[in-house]
Design a protein around this ligand. Structure first.
Ligand code: ADP
Ligand code: MG
Length: 350
């Protein structure tokens, strides 16, 4: 023995186990901390309704690449991903703070572009920029945004409320942002090997927009409210359907069956996945960054749900003992795990 303590590589744990490990000894000391770690956002009670609070960190080279992402888009997306977490609690965002670390390579004009994107998102979603922090960094850019929202306590929807027989619904379509990222990465590599070759991005409009300019689904939240549907559980899809459905099922202590044929995949996504030798279903299950809403509703609301535009019913909740499974078009039942049922080769975000 050399007396040295063996240190643990973070990769041995993965993101979720790491968060659990680091925070397991924290006990809330304030009654007002209604919901702590573990949902899309924390919930703080006040005598005047509940406050919903979430934060996200975006790091250059991990979450965005400046080679193909205009700074205005990064500003816009950084805000939107936070608002998406607020909507996933069925709350309404109202304020954000923006903290920024930038290296010397950024000019005033570059940061103005970033803030133009932040402003566009603030206007589009009616939220106010109320503060933040600014620092220099040795390498690259880091953006940390915190969003605050409000909801009446009885309207809040958590990840842990799914019940047996509930229907599983998802908004929009899945896998597009991931295939968009693969196209951008492909063109980046071609460009880096030969700068004379211009990127060829024609025919990829939809998937590129989904990667570069995602939207938070306030329209779905509004439609649900108009139809008087209160989901029993909800999460936004940031890490992929598979991983996020797992969060709902494990926290609700239930199982589920989803059906391959019901999973909404845009035609362009399917075409490009084929072009990239990827299985469209795997892109939908594991891709992430779709920022669609995944929610469960009581079976009794089935009729109302099928009337909702841009919402697909993809399966139902079962008892926990039945496992968390997808039924493929061929009829086989496959267990979903945190990485989906086929680990993806590369995923450049966490
Ligand atoms: P989302 O994908 O919805 O943004 P995350 O997977 O980032 O959610 O986070 C899951 C939960 O863990 C959230 O409640 C979040 O606030 C919490 N969390 C993440 N990182 C940390 C950390 N470093 N310390 C404490 N809590 C954290
Ligand atoms: Mg979330």
């Amino acid at each position: 023995m050399d007396g040295k303590r063996k240190l643990t590589q973070l990769s041995e744990l993965g993101e979720f186990k790491l968060i659990d490990h680091l925070t397991k000894d924290f006990v809330n000391q304030n009654k007002s901390s209604l919901k702590g770690i573990g949902d899309d956002a924390a919930v703080i009670s006040t005598s005047n309704g509940d406050i919903v609070l979430t934060t996200d960190l975006l790091v250059e080279g991990i979450h965005f690449n400046l080679v193909y992402t205009p700074l205005k888009h990064i500003g816009y997306k950084s805000v939107v991903v936070n608002l998406s977490d607020i909507y996933a609690m069925n709350a309404r965002p109202s304020q954000i703070t923006v903290s920024l670390a930038v290296s010397k390579k950024f000019s005033l004009e570059a940061l103005e572009e970033f803030y133009a994107g932040v402003k566009l998102a603030c206007e589009r979603y009616c939220v106010d920029l109320v503060g933040g922090d600014t620092s220099s960094s040795i390498t690259g850019m880091m953006v940390s945004i915190t969003a605050v929202g409000f909801a009446p306590a009885e309207r809040l929807v958590y990840r842990n409320g799914a019940c047996i027989n509930d229907l599983i619904c998802v908004s929009g379509d899945l896998g597009a942002a991931y295939t968009g990222l693969q196209i951008l990465e492909r063109e980046r590599k071609i460009f880096e090997s030969d700068p004379l070759i211009q990127p060829d991005l024609a025919g990829y409009d939809y998937i590129l927009a989904r990667q570069l300019k995602p939207e938070a689904r306030i329209d779905i939240i509004e439609k649900l409210e108009k139809s008087s549907i209160l989901p029993t559980s909800m999460i936004d899809i940031s890490d992929g359907l598979s991983s996020d459905l797992l969060h709902i099922c494990t926290q609700s202590k239930v199982g589920c069956r989803i059906y391959q044929e019901k999973i909404p995949i845009n035609k362009e996504t399917a075409r490009v996945a084929g072009e990239l030798n990827l299985e469209p279903l795997i892109c939908a299950l594991n891709g992430g960054e779709d920022y669609e809403l995944l929610f469960t509703i009581p079976l009794g609301e089935a009729e109302k749900a099928t009337g909702l535009q841009d919402v697909s019913v993809i399966g139902h909740i079962t008892g926990q003992e039945k496992g968390i499974k997808i039924v493929t078009d061929g009829g086989s039942e496959i267990l979903l795990d945190a990485e989906g049922w086929d680990t993806m080769a590369s995923k450049n975000h966490s």
